[in-house]
Design a protein around this ligand. Sequence first.
Ligand code: 5AD
Ligand code: SF4
Length: 389
Amino acid sequence: MQHIDESGGYGKNTVKKGSVYIRTIGCQMNVRDSEVIKGLLSAQGYELVDDAKEADVVLFNTCSVREHAEHRVWSIVGVLSRKKRRPLIGIIGCMAQNYKDEIFKKAPAVDMVVGPSEIDNIALYLEEALKKQGSGILGVAERKRREEIYHTGFYEKKDHAYVVISEGCDNYCSYCVVPYVRGRLRHRPQEEIVREVEEAVSSGIPHVTLLGQNVNSYNSGLGEQGMDFVSLLERVSGVKGLKSLSFVTSHPKDVSRRLFEAMRDIPVIKRSLHMPAQSGSDRVLTMMNRGYSVKKYLELVDLYRSIVYNGEVSSDFIVGFPTEDEDDFRKTCELAEKVKFDSAFIFKYSVRPGTKAAEFPDDVPQAVKEQRHFQLLELQKKISKLKKH
Ligand code: 5AD
Ligand code: SF4
């Protein structure tokens, strides 16, 4: 592994460098990471382009949560590497952390691998990789990112900003790779979050979404005076000029009556709750290590709806989790019917090596996963349509 000097890379460098194309595959956290990377690289003089064909450098910022995203990257890297004049290829983000230097063996055309904790040094890694093309630059240390990187002012959309409030996750849902690739839960200090929102709003961006794997476990960590998520919401919502404030994702075990009351009482907060249920079977929820029962989940939705008038609620579901049988799946459909979610994302379970669930047999045949996926999607489509009318 090449050693990178951590001292530099933040100042503006207006000398024109190569052109960079970034392909983002994954969740909002990846989208925000790509914005941060674009902000850092353009400050260093790189030109950002929208077409991989025009680029000297192609970076894949890829999610590792499901296997599907990784397959897409392997196949595009294969195509790029067969080109006569190929660009420098980098894999960054969760996928980089998941595979580390194995990537160089699996895809020798890859020049650079940089994990999510190291993206604040991206310009330095890239410089190194450009100098030593072909020697494999690796940056996968696990540490807290520098605060400065969130203040480049680079947002993909003109009217909306994602603002990270915490990184990593400590929940260890048995199927999930996030705690392993993004590390333990770390919170950004509240003043930094408020400052970033103020900067975004004063630059003309009226809509903000606060981002974290589990926003409701936010705590600025100052003991008794520590600011929890609801207090943070109250504070951020007071930023002058802010028109709407959203947040994702809410874990059912950490939402509270106070959160719902804040959503009711503070007009700028959007009445929309993304609270993944994952399954409607208690047996499966226990195996998933989710920390709640179906009964508890339903009670939370009832409480939310009784407090937040016209509040929307959405979910994620995983079908085909190890040992999920017809009865478990029927219960998931029942939950979807009972709650009548405004929308839901439905995923087929994929084994993530290193997770607890990878020790269970992946015993639901692919064809059954696909059939359940289709069935639940159709059900949800019907429900979403009815709700809109
Ligand atoms: N297989 C399928 N879906 C998964 N998710 C997380 N890990 C996996 C996995 N191994 C889904 C969950 C989560 C969403 C972001 O991705 O539903 O809420
Ligand atoms: Fe993964 Fe569970 Fe953390 Fe969400 S809460 S990121 S599903 S471990």
